[in-house]
Write a protein that binds this ligand. Sequence first.
Ligand code: FAD
Length: 321
Amino acid sequence: MPVLVYAENAEGKFKKSTFEAISYARAIANQNNTTLTAISIGNADAAELAGLGKYGAEKVLNVSNDKLKNFVNQAYAAVVAEAAKKEGAEIVVLSNSFSGRGLAPRIGVKLEAGVADGAVSLPDQSNGKFIIKRLAFSGKAYALVELTSTNKVISLSPNSYKVVETGSTAVVEDFNPEVKASDLTTIIKEIVRSTDKVSLPDADIVVSGGRGLKGPENWGMIEELAGLLGAALACSKPVSDSGWRPHSEHVGQTGIAVSPNLYIAIGISGAIQHLAGVSSSKVIVVINKDADAPFFKVADYGIVGDAFDIVPKLIGAIKEY
Ligand code: FAD
C-alpha cells in the first residue's frame, strides 16, 4: 500500500511547502516499508514533475485537465481520492496550506478516513497505533490525535518538517479521472495577482509591524527590511483595521496563521490573539520599546528599544554584511 502525497503547485511550479509534504510522506512510507506516489493537478511541466523524485516520490500521477486549471475544492478532493483508490493508498498526505485546509476534510469524507490537520511530527506507530502531534487552539497548544480508521489523511503544518533530498527522478504517469459537473459548481475564472511580493502563508521569514509604528508613512523601513531578508510582510489587526496595511497581511487568531522559520515583530505588544497566529514560528525576534511587553515572554531574541532607531540600524548592518 503506497503512501499518496498531493503535490500542490502554483502556476506549474512546486512550492517549498510541497517539498516538505513529500519529504514527510517519504518518511511515513519508510516507516511502513512502502513506496510513495505523488499526485499533481495542473500544468507543471515534465521536468518539474519528474523532479519530485528528488524528495522521495517514486511515481507522479499527472492530472492535466482544462476543467481543473484553477483550484476547486470539491473537484480536486475527488481527484485525489480517486488517485488514492487507484493506488490502493491508505495514507494521504498534503500540506496544511490554504488549499490543503479545504482539501483534507473533503478527501477524508470521500475515503471515510480519519483526518489529522496541522501535523507537526511523524506519526508514532508503536504498539499498532497511529498517533500524530498536531497544532491545536490556533497554534497555542499541541494535541496528540490517534487515527483509528484504515484510511488516514494528514495535512502537514508548513515549516514543521525539513525538506530532505534523496536525489532520484520520479516516473511520471498521466492520470485522467472523470471530473463530475457536480464537483464544479464554483469555478475560478481568472486569478489576478495583486502583488509580486513573497506570499505570507509560505514565507520562510516574516517581518511584521504593529501600532507602535505610528502610521502607514513609516512602513518604508519595514518594507526595506523585508526586501533585504526576502521576507513577507505582516501586521497586527489594528494596523489593518486602521487601513495602514491591507487585510491580507493581518496575522493572528482572526487573520492568517503563519509558522515561518523567523518572525520579526516590530512595535507589536503580543496580545494573545496576535500570538495565536504566530506562536508556532521557529524563531521569534521582538523589537519593542516597552521591556514589559508580553511579546518578550515568547521571544527567542528581544531588543528593547525604539523601532525608529533599531530598524534603520538593522538595515544598515544587513547591507554591510
Ligand atoms: P498595541 O497593543 O497598541 O501595541 C503597540 C506596541 O508597540 C506596544 O507594545 C508598544 O510598547 C510598542 N511601541 C510603541 N512605540 C514603539 C516604538 N517607537 N518602537 C518600538 N515599539 C513601540 N490582534 C491581532 O494582531 N491579530 C488578530 O488576529 C486579532 N484578533 C482579535 C480577535 C478578537 C476577538 C479581539 C478582541 C482582538 C483581536 N486582536 C487581534 C487585537 C489584539 O487584542 C490587540 O489589540 C492587537 O494585537 C494589538 O496590536 P498592536 O500590538 O499592534 O498594538
